[in-house]
Design a protein around this ligand. Structure first.
Ligand SMILES: Nc1ncnc2c1ncn2[C@@H]1O[C@H](COP(=O)(O)OP(=O)(O)O)[C@@H](O)[C@H]1O
Ligand SMILES: [Mg+2]
Length: 240
């Protein structure tokens, strides 16, 4: 039986055996990142830590036990605990009008000595599981990019260096046939916690620049530009 930990009340979540037995019976695997495998379970997304992860040490790739790498990167023995910690600290800062841009993390459950993370399942208006930005590809909807800018301002204002801002950690949620919003779907390496000692001492201008570079690279790759944006980009006045 799953037990809630960290004093969280979990949504109704029944499982009578260990996750390894129940796992394949879940409604399918909906995603995989470097650290976790994600399953659908009703209207929940369940994230399971991988036992081993590939880490980069200098320019070498090494396979490490997941808990070793998580402890080194996050100060937590597993990615799901780091995610919950980071999510809660973000939630405490989050204005209501941005709450739809962040996947909800309901809590952790225990599974054979490690944790599983129980999250909101990100779905489109037609109930299909939403795709991440990398699988979705370029986005035209200008509203999506307006909301993306709001995300950037939030991270800058709150001095949150988003180390893991990459297209596979942003979900494109189709709220209507023609409208999309970006939703952050991975917090395991996001927040004040990682590298806090380094970045808390940085002046605002440098921190802003670092966050801006990360957002700009996503915009550059995935935003479908309007003709006027294309001509502006090529205007000599813009690049004196
Ligand atoms: N709540 C969710 N709803 C739907 N899909 C999700 C959800 N969370 C993650 N995913 C999918 O699973 C993939 C891997 O999840 P992620 O949390 O980024 O794992 P990791 O921590 O290993 O990087 C994501 O790229 C995304 O496509
Ligand atoms: Mg990820």
């Amino acid at each position: 039986m799953y037990q809630s930990v960290l004093g969280l009340t979990l949504p109704s979540f029944e499982a009578s055996e260990s996750f390894s037995t129940v796992g394949p019976g879940l409604e399918g695997r909906i995603g995989e990142g470097g650290h976790r495998i994600v399953y659908q379970y009703g209207n929940l997304a369940i994230k399971v830590n991988k036992p081993e992860v590939v880490a980069r040490v200098r320019s070498h790739k090494v396979v490490l036990p997941s808990w070793v790498y998580s402890l080194y990167r996050n100060g937590f023995r597993d990615f799901n605990s780091a995610e919950l910690y980071n999510y809660r600290s973000i939630q405490a800062l989050l204005p209501d009008e941005l709450s739809d841009l962040f996947m909800q993390v309901y809590g952790l459950a225990e599974n054979n000595g490690t944790t599983i993370s129980i999250c909101e399942l990100l779905c489109d208006y037609d109930s299909k599981v939403s795709k991440n930005l990398q699988d979705n590809g370029s986005v035209l909807d200008p509203k999506f990019w307006e909301r993306f800018n709001q995300l950037e301002q939030f991270f800058i204002l709150n001095r949150i260096p988003f180390f893991d801002l990459k297209p596979r950690n942003i979900v494109v949620k189709r709220v209507t046939e023609s409208t999309n919003i970006p939703v952050i779907s991975d917090y395991d390496q996001l927040g004040h916690y990682p590298y806090a000692m380094q970045l808390n001492f940085l002046p605002d201008s440098i921190l802003r620049k670092r966050i801006n570079i990360r957002f700009a690279s996503i915009i550059d790759k995935y935003k479908v530009k309007t003709p006027s944006e294309i001509s502006q980009a090529h205007s000599p006045l813009q690049n004196p």
